[in-house]
Design a protein around this ligand. Sequence first.
Ligand code: NDP
Length: 450
Amino acid sequence: MAISDHVDFPAFIEGVKRRNPGQSEFVQAVQEVAEDIFDFIQDKEQYHHYQILRRIAEPDRVVSFRVCWEDDKGNIRVQRGWRVQNNNSIGPYKGGIRFHPSVTESVLKFLAFEQTFKNALTGLPMGGGKGGANFNPKGKSDHEVMRFCQSFMTELYRHVGADVDVPAGDIGVGGREIGYMFGQYKRITNQFTGVLTGKGLEYGGSLIRTEATGYGAVYFLMNMLKEKGQDLVGKAVVISGSGNVATHAAEKVVQLGGRVMTLSDSQGFIHDPDGIDQEKIDWVKTHKTRRRGRIAEYVETFTGATFHEGKTPWGVPCDVALPCATQNELLGEDARTLVANGCMAVAEGANMPTNLEGVHVFKDAKILFAPGKAANAGGVAVSGLEMSQNSGRISWKEAELQQLLLDIMEGIHSRCLEYGRRGDYVDYVKGANIAGFKKVADAMLAYGVV
Ligand code: NDP
């Protein structure tokens, strides 16, 4: 008998905790997926025999390195960088780079683990990875950010490559940072290859990559609503965050007839009872990204709105909630408030914004709930399309890419239905976990023990 035949779910999780001390985010992510996978593989001997779940929960490798740089005052600064290469069974490692003071090995391992299933769900040939550094780009000059990015890439370049590992942006890493890192990679290797996605259009980037995660999350939401014979017209939508994902999700909600009530950042949220329309969204984009301002300043320009310091927006009554800021920003209590206020659908634009307790609240209430690995996969999907364009040295037209994004989000939704339908109710978390797992697991089985 295989060893794992004797391992039940609590024993498996105990093992994950023991092997990853102090890595609560990673343990949380594994626990959430393993809950569903355990049911699915119960009667499937091969997965047990080949220890697939145990192997998938162990990254292929974690690279950690020192990043030294000099600030504008001539001080030498030292940060820590990582690249977590979780699994490349179905394609080169693929996943973003995050620059934020909260970045730890645990956070990146959780993100790389989630990314593996997300990438599988897109149907494109991409493995899972994630990287980053505990560097805070806020308040730094362009030159400081440039020096940091160059130093980061001076180490990272050994571990990445167009057919090896293709990073992209994430929190704190946008077009500016990708440009600096791509420039340094090109300089060191003397190669112009598609080693990063999210590039500028002038040097190999793809149209609609910037919009893809937020738009894709709303397309996924539309697919869920359609299952219930509904759409977004007139629905009140509460959104957290005011970065790339949040602003583009807001834009698509407005285009499809919904009313956006809130946006937020790490200092609090704004509530605009008049609705946040396209003009206001454009203001937020310029204010937050180009001027690097705070969301609190919104109420000085749009005086009908209020700012709520240190709070999250989940207490504002709504039909739909889109958490688009960061992990663990929507807790059990928030989920109960949303359900009590009549919220009927939640789609995660961010990665793991809802904690485990919150997920159970949504599932128990049987409202529509799309986990990030399904709902926010549009970004990495268009990154995958950027890789294809780079390999073929071509650029596809916007209409073509928009259609591909719509098709991919519909495909992810169908895969979730295949494994998540329980009578009238669809458990999208279960559906996404099993569909993503099965594809990666079957590839691992094909390779034997490696
Ligand atoms: P941005 O850096 O553009 O925006 C992040 C937003 O979240 C900002 O409004 C930021 O506020 C807020 N935020 C960050 N940390 C916290 C915190 N601790 N509490 C409350 N708010 C916080 O990032 P993105 O929009 O790109 O990413 C948002 C989420 O979406 C992340 O979970 C990311 O992993 C996920 N994601 C992103 C993809 C992409 O294509 N960009 C793809 C798939 C997932 P402040 O300005 O105050 O820091």
